[in-house]
Design a protein around this ligand. Structure first.
Ligand SMILES: [Zn+2]
Ligand SMILES: [Zn+2]
Length: 294
């Protein structure tokens, strides 16, 4: 399983000299599965570059959306495979609870907000997840387990398991919100227990509070604590604040390493960056997953 980052920024795209190292595109992560399929987590502006890579492949593309906010859907109209005649684009979504999410993905292509209409696309856009079965999606050797996030408007976290290698994608999640929680801290610890890679929203520092309490994102310090308590192997800090510069993220990276070392946490930590890739492999004789960061 190879995890590649194409967009790591929260809220809005921020190109420029101060974000050149970690990248300015909004959320998009590509998982190349061992079964040859391509799984795409969110369709922020980063999906445009990924689309150039996936264009002209014969295999279907599966997209899992966390929720329908702009920074998770705005790249979709620029995703090259949707313009390929007959290409299968499977958007996995819980139709009952996430109808709004589906609408925002396709309704932005209405001829007014974007010149091409969704109904005129030559590819096959199919909606797969439905109602009660949505807790677990299991197909061709992969299992996806969902969990509701704490975020204004709601949304979904995904835990992807292939051949006992696991990657959890938990973005736009507020671990300690002032509103009613969909998933509490202990439930997160249980859901994420021992995963190989935890990609988690880490948008805010203590300086952003209390002004941004309730905006649907977590403190970096809370995410470190969660990684420690859940004994994850690799913590990936994700959904960086648009105002966070490269040099600030460098400092956060050092702080994280020191924190995890001093707390004897099993986790390693990395700040997500465009171009970062993480390769998971399982030894032939079984045992711990190898995690290579490149
Ligand atoms: Zn977001
Ligand atoms: Zn959001």
């Amino acid at each position: 399983m190879i995890i590649r980052f194409y967009g790591v920024r929260g809220s809005t795209a921020v190109p420029g000299a101060h974000t050149a190292k970690y990248g300015g595109n909004t959320s998009c992560v590509h998982i190349e599965l061992e079964n040859g399929h391509d799984l795409v987590l969110d369709a922020g502006t980063g999906i445009r570059c990924l689309g150039q890579k996936l264009a002209k492949k014969p295999t279907p593309v599966s997209i899992l959306l966390s929720h329908g906010h702009w920074d998770h859907i705005q790249g979709y109209p620029f995703f090259a495979p949707i313009y390929e005649p007959g290409r299968d684009i499977n958007v996995y979504i819980d139709v009952e609870s996430q109808h709004q999410m589906l609408c925002s993905l396709f309704e932005q292509m209405d001829g007014s907000n974007f010149p091409v209409k969704a109904e005129d696309l030559p590819s096959n856009g199919v909606c797969k997840f439905k109602g009660v079965e949505s807790e677990l999606y299991e197909r061709e050797g992969i299992k996806v387990i969902k969990r509701p996030i704490n975020h204004p408007g709601g949304g979904i976290a995904y835990k992807i398991n292939e051949n006992e290698m696991t990657c959890a994608y938990v973005t736009d999640n507020e671990l300690d919100p002032p509103y009613a929680m969909e998933t509490n801290y202990d439930e997160w610890v249980k859901y994420l227990q021992g995963v190989d890679v935890m990609i988690h929203d880490a948008q805010y520092t203590e300086d952003d509070m209390p002004h941004k309490h309730g905006w649907g994102h977590s403190l970096i310090s809370q995410v470190r604590q969660l990684a420690t308590d859940a004994e994850v192997k690799l913590l990936v800090m994700f959904h960086h604040d648009p105002d966070r510069s490269d040099s600030e993220l460098d400092e956060i990276q050092i702080e994280n390493e020191n924190y995890l070392k001093s707390h004897r946490a099993p986790a390693r930590s990395v700040c997500a960056a465009e171009g970062l890739s993480i390769t998971l492999t399982k030894p032939i004789l079984g045992g711990e997953t190898h995690i290579d960061i490149g």
